[in-house]
Design a binder for this molecule. Structure first.
Ligand code: GLP
Length: 241
């Protein structure tokens, strides 16, 4: 793991955008794995600015998001589909037909998940996978467990994730209890991984990810075994490292 320490959130976002921009410049047809959450918003803003200036062209890029709440339609303002359009896709010159998010509106979990696995596999898996990290070390919505997950599957969200994500909803009761998420094995298939973290509430998870034992109790810890994983995190998130 390569760890890059940044001054603050803004510095983290610019450095992350530089890495993604370099990927897209070097390979205009890149397959990107993308993440939601508040952490990557600054990165998306920076990329959108560069795209607007003509510096980073997404016209041939295709994207695959990690996860989606089960039961939300694409138009639901709380869905990750909506989040991605608002924060990124509608601000860059990407072809929306080349953007993919698991179909949370499909109530048939087996069908929604196997279909998503099929399209990610057919795309050849991401050249670069962008990740955030949950306070309990989750990646995507792969929560602490007694084993590492494989492909896309339906998960029950933990109470701590529901509470953490409730800040984006009117109240905790509105947070969906389940989600479809790419599995840990699929995430590990990406040719390179870029994981971002900001703020003191991520410090323990970042320490466990980088220096703790590799265990499904901290799903992000498996990234220690990836041959090309870069952590970009600010001082506060790296406070225990
Ligand atoms: C959600 C997402 C994750 C994200 C995590 C952290 O649970 N499924 O992909 O990494 O939240 O979110 P934030 O960046 O808002 O702290």
């Amino acid at each position: 793991m390569r760890i890059i320490r940044t001054k603050d959130y803004r510095d983290m976002s610019r450095k992350a955008a530089n890495v993604i921009s370099a990927q897209v410049i070097l390979k205009p047809t890149s397959v990107l794995g993308l993440a939601t959450g508040t952490t990557p918003i600054g990165t998306y803003e920076q990329l959108a600015e560069w795209n607007h200036k003509g510096d980073c062209d997404f016209s041939q890029v295709s994207t695959y998001n990690l996860d989606e709440y089960r039961g939300l339609t694409h138009e639901d303002p709380q869905s990750y589909h909506y989040f991605m359009r608002q924060n990124f896709f509608d601000k860059i010159n990407i072809d929306l037909a080349n953007t993919h998010v698991p179909d949370g509106a499909n109530p048939n979990a087996d069908e929604a998940c196997s279909e998503y696995d099929r399209i990610v596999r057919e795309a050849g898996y991401p050249d670069l996978q962008l990740l955030g990290i949950g306070r309990n070390g989750h990646i995507g919505f792969n929560e602490p467990d007694d084993h590492f997950s494989k492909g896309t599957h339906c998960v029950d969200l933990t109470e701590s994730t529901i509470q953490a994500n409730s800040r984006l909803f009117d109240n905790a009761d509105d947070v969906p209890r389940q989600a479809y998420t790419m599995g840990v094995q699929t995430i590990m298939y990406a040719r390179s991984i870029l994981i971002l973290a900001s703020g003191p509430e991520k410090a323990q998870a970042v320490y466990d990810m980088c220096f703790g034992p590799v265990t499904p109790q901290c799903p992000a810890s498996i990234l220690q075994l990836h041959t090309s994983c870069t952590v970009i995190a600010d001082e506060a998130a790296l406070a225990l490292c």
